[in-house]
Design a protein around this ligand. Structure first.
Ligand code: URP
Ligand code: ZN
Length: 461
């Protein structure tokens, strides 16, 4: 007899959904058997429900300070929010401070996370200072299990931007040390000029955040990143892509055989620039900005065609008060929004329930491809024997209106406020244990583990 059986669900297997039982032994998926035939010491009845591979969210900022504000979620509470939303693995960020060492930034992040983290996590290493010493640290960083370096092509005022010469040198060394680059790709020069002009003209409303970051700023930066990838051989993943025209660039690069992948985020699929005309427009300031509804259709197309391979949250849990603090001018509002918990019901509702993508493609975007691209694909992202028993059981019938009170903790606002959603997780199973049931966390702080990452497996077009 197995330790746990998830019985009678529609199980989203790598080759498609099927009525089945999932048998779990210890932390591992033991077998998939015909529905109703499995025996387990413990049983979750998944009749009428869908059983998904646990979510993998590879773009999460927990416990972060940026633009003068601090986020609410740490590795305990943010992990619980993720688990409530069916996500069992995240990739967060370690920061190299300018003038500081990469490895000490990495070790600092592990110290913050390891004692309390409630789900499995990997780290991208943010690089802010490229010099001979830091380039010399990359091989040791890779040996610690970090497989990706994050570079901001913007945000000089926050001490984050890496200019082109340094980025190019970093990519040359990263290629040698088998690291990939994950990029916040926006053209700093154009944005800085447009921002300064807008502020000087007294245009401070949050709508100017979007107007000073037109699509060309993303498109140019992404095309530069692809050229650098081609020349240096360093694989590139484009974070939070929203400019639909850039999808063609990603596709052309992939067709040339370049190691280029890209994601979009939940908020870009659910929201458009009209949110910046709502009574609380500062809550919709994130970078890159919300764009048009026509653009949104291009993102769905890119997801359907397999050019965009992940939908991530880009979680940053600034509180409602923190977002409001800078509201006097678009230039002072802390960029980013929460979404780690909403990723599942928002993507399921807009994608599967509303008929834009299949259930299979949903599981790939929510879990399988992020696991493969970020080096967890041998243990996460699939319901298959030998894989970690990380699962989300969702109810495709139950409808619920999302709002600030449906999220875990005290963020105090919800960018998806008022949307009627389905696909909420009734149970999340983490390493073979039911860790969330009906929103209640049943696990313990510190149960999560740091994941040492393998090299990427990139999806083919
Ligand atoms: O607006 C955003 N995306 N905030 C989070 C930080 C970043 O740029 O990734
Ligand atoms: Zn970013």
């Amino acid at each position: 007899m197995s330790d746990l059986v998830i019985a009678n669900g529609t199980v989203v297997l790598p080759d498609g959904p099927r009525q089945a039982d999932v048998l779990i032994s210890g932390e591992t998926i033991e077998a998939i058997v015909d529905a109703g035939t499995g025996q387990g010491a413990e049983r979750v009845d998944a009749t009428g429900r869908i059983v998904l591979p646990g979510g993998v969210d590879p773009h999460v900022h927990l416990m972060v300070g940026f633009m003068g504000q601090r986020s609410i979620y740490d590795f305990e509470s943010g992990g619980i929010a993720a688990l409530r939303g069916g996500t069992t693995t995240i990739v967060d960020f370690a920061l190299q401070r300018r003038g500081g060492s990469i490895l000490s930034g990495f070790r600092h992040r592990r110290k913050q996370a390891d004692p309390v983290v409630t789900l499995d996590y990997g780290l991208h290493q943010i690089i802010t200072d490229v010099n001979a010493d830091t380039l010399g640290e990359l091989a040791a960083l890779r040996a610690e299990g970090v497989a990706s370096l994050k570079v901001y092509m913007i945000y000089e005022e926050d001490g984050l931007k890496v200019e082109d010469g340094a980025l190019y040198a970093l990519m040359q060394q990263a290629a040698r040390d088998e690291l990939m680059l994950v990029l916040h790709a926006e053209n700093a020069g154009i944005i800085e000029r447009l921002r300064a002009e807008a502020v000087a003209a007294g245009h401070t409303h949050p709508r100017w955040h979007a107007r000073t970051r037109p699509p060309i700023t993303e498109i140019e930066a992404i095309s530069r990143a692809i050229l650098f990838c081609e020349d240096t051989g360093c694989p590139v993943h484009i974070l939070h892509l929203v400019a639909g025209q850039a999808i063609d660039l990603i596709e052309a690069a992939r067709r040339k055989g370049l190691p280029v992948t890209a994601e979009t985020c939940t908020h870009y699929l659910a929201l458009d620039e009209s949110a910046l005309e709502r009574p609380n427009p500062h809550e919709y300031v994130m970078s890159p900005p919300l764009r048009s509804t026509a653009n949104q259709a291009m993102l769905w197309e890119g997801l359907k065609r397999g050019v965009l391979n992940a939908v991530t949250s880009d979680e940053v849990s600034y509180s409602a008060a923190a977002k409001a603090m800078g509201a006097a001018s678009f230039a002072t509002i802390a960029n980013g929004c929460t979404g780690i918990e909403a990723r599942l019901p928002v993507l399921y509702t807009l994608g599967v329930a509303e008929g834009r993508i299949s259930l299979q493609r949903f599981a790939e975007l929510f879990s399988t491809w992020p696991a493969d691209i970020f080096g967890f694909g041998d243990s996460k992202g699939r319901i298959a024997p030998g894989y970690d028993a990380d699962l989300a059981v969702i109810d495709p019938q139950k409808k619920r209106v999302i709002g600030k009170d449906t999220d875990y903790g005290d963020v105090g606002y919800n960018p998806y406020e008022g949307m009627e959603l389905t696909g909420w997780a009734s149970e999340t199973i983490y390493r073979g244990k039911v860790t969330v049931r009906d929103g209640e966390f049943l696990g313990t702080p510190g149960q999560g583990r740091f994941l040492r990452r393998a090299n990427a497996k990139r999806p083919q077009l």
